[in-house]
Write a protein that binds this ligand. Structure first.
Ligand SMILES: [Zn+2]
Length: 217
């Protein structure tokens, strides 16, 4: 049976982590917008060249382009058992365009799992996030602290920075954008049926069990 899954949640809700675990467990690919854009550039196809030109001009890639990228992926043989969408759709118009694409491609309906995390917990997670400029790993000051002593790439101590995205003002902006543009998708998908919601606080493995039980529901 084809399983098309979309994890919906605020930034920092843990969608990426759960998507990765799901992809591994179910053996189906994860479609992330960032990764699709990067590989389109590298492939150098017509669409890839368009993407490169838009990104180099510092502009946002339009919904049409992202939909075209998703459409290309859905044609691949290893995408026929299903896909896990990560970071797309983020707005109602994008969700509508995706529905139309799924209908054209004859895909089974999307199962949507909302990962529910209170805004204060999101703030705590994002503001405590640190990134090591040497080994490129992401840590959290309390939840996932970097190892002590000479550990970073085996040569020394991690050089930790706060990403510009995780600075307090940027976090508030991201939460506001989510509230205004993405959270209306909760009602949109709830109205369509295959919609589930899990508590996104607690242990990663417990959240994953909850996500898995939605799929067998
Ligand atoms: Zn490091």
């Amino acid at each position: 049976m084809q399983q098309n899954i979309y994890l919906l949640g605020a930034p920092g809700a843990g969608k990426g982590t759960q998507a990765e675990l799901l992809a591994k467990k179910l053996g189906i690919p994860q479609l992330s917008t960032g990764e699709m854009l990067r590989s389109a550039r590298l492939e150098g196809s017509e669409l890839g060249k368009r993407v490169a030109a838009i990104m180099d001009a510092g502009k946002l890639v339009s919904d049409d382009v992202v939909i075209a990228l998703v459409e290309q992926r859905l044609c691949r043989p290893d995408h026929q058992n299903g896909v896990i969408l990560d970071g797309f759709p983020r707005t109602i118009p994008q969700a509508e365009a995706l529905d139309a694409l799924f209908a054209r491609a004859g895909r089974s309906a999307l199962k949507v799992i909302a990962i529910d995390v209170p805004a204060d917990e999101i703030r705590r997670r994002l503001s405590g996030r640190r990134w090591c400029t040497t080994c490129k790993k992401t840590y959290h000051i309390t939840d996932n602290p970097p190892p002590d002593g000479p550990s970073c790439e085996g040569i020394g101590t991690c050089r930790l920075e706060v990403r510009s995205d995780d600075k307090p003002e940027a976090v508030e902006k991201r939460l506001q954008t989510y509230e205004e543009q993405t959270s209306p998708l909760l009602a949109y998908y709830r109205g369509k049926g295959a919609f589930y919601s899990v508590n996104g606080t607690g242990k990663i493995s417990d959240i994953f069990s909850a996500v898995m039980s939605c799929l067998s529901a």
